[in-house]
Design a protein around this ligand. Structure first.
Ligand SMILES: NC(=O)c1ccc[n+]([C@@H]2O[C@H](COP(=O)([O-])OP(=O)(O)OC[C@H]3O[C@@H](n4cnc5c(N)ncnc54)[C@H](OP(=O)(O)O)[C@@H]3O)[C@@H](O)[C@H]2O)c1
Length: 257
């Protein structure tokens, strides 16, 4: 995939991996559009990265996706790459958090249904481009679930399955389908797991995204940066061992809150 001089839409681009995608894709001469829900953070990113175009949009809101589509395709008809990056992750105690019932499926709505609706909305446009791509950001936790984050793990496993089916269905088209199986990385999302994940196990966003862009340029459909490669191997060779590792300290962590 050529990742120079493209028009690229990144969901959740105001921090973490999405922000780093914006920085590196801008440096390659692309037109970068990014979304987020918080107008203050969008304005801040607009100042930090004067080349980007920002849009307030929530991937779990169907009407917002339809509005985003109208705005983006009217202003940027050459849009050719969609990066489904926006995501949320919570620690959930399935025994105690009964008060969370109304938003129990939050991560499914944002991390799984969000990318599905984005693809469904933007796919006809992408199919009309001479060359196009979709990148879905999953996680090493799509390979083996993390018991502290049950709904998140389910959302990423679901997104991985969906991405594989999308790739098969679009095989004969000019839309290439990529998956970034991201390892634990140093971003605001992982900050909420600070007591559970050691700082030394967090990959820096810069090399993570640089490796992903390089892999996409080489048409490598699935990208496993850093520890994600090890998780891939272990999830095949010793899935029980990996789950036991990820299960350590779960009760204590849930008790801490
Ligand atoms: N960090 C890790 O350890 C790690 C590991 C594996 C996979 N990932 C995945 O990598 C992706 C990026 O995560 P990150 O670590 O960079 O997280 P982050 O720093 O918290 O950034 C998340 C971004 O998504 C936006 N966002 C959240 N909910 C949204 C929604 N409903 N609609 C639109 N935008 C939304 C946030 O902005 P607003 O809050 O203003 O909307 C923010 O820009 C996620 O899919 C995550 O699951 C992360």
């Amino acid at each position: 995939m050529n990742l120079r001089h493209q028009t690229i839409l990144i969901t959740g681009g105001t921090s973490g991996l999405g922000y780093e995608f914006a920085v590196q894709l801008l440096a390659l001469g692309n037109t970068v559009l990014l979304t987020g829900r918080d107008p203050g953070r969008l304005a801040q990113v607009q100042q930090q990265l004067p080349g980007v175009h920002t849009f307030q949009s929530d991937v779990s809101d169907l009407a917002a996706i339809a509005r985003l589509y109208e705005q983006v395709t009217a202003q940027f008809p050459k849009l050719s790459v969609l990066i489904n990056n926006a995501g949320q992750m919570r620690k959930l105690d399935l025994q105690a958090d009964v008060q969370l019932l109304p938003d129990l499926t939050l991560e499914l709505d944002v991390n799984l249904a969000g990318p599905m609706h984005m693809v469904q909305q933007f796919l006809p446009h992408l199919l009309r481009q001479p060359a196009a791509a979709i990148l879905n950001v999953t996680s090493g936790l799509a390979l083996t679930p993390y018991p502290l984050a049950p709904v998140y793990s389910a959302s990423k496993a679901g997104l991985r399955a969906y991405t594989k089916t999308l790739r098969v269905q679009l095989h004969e088209t000019k839309v290439q389908v990529f998956e970034l199986v991201a390892p634990a990385a140093k971003t605001p999302l992982s900050d909420t797991f600070a007591g559970d994940v050691s700082e030394k196990d967090l990959m820096a966003p810069r090399p993570l995204i640089a490796q992903t862009i390089k892999a996409m340029q080489a048409n490598q459909w699935e990208v496993y940066p850093g520890m994600a490669a090890m998780m891939r191997l272990l999830s095949r060779l010793a899935p029980g061992f990996l789950l036991r590792q990820l299960s350590k300290g779960v009760r204590e962590s849930l008790a801490r809150g």
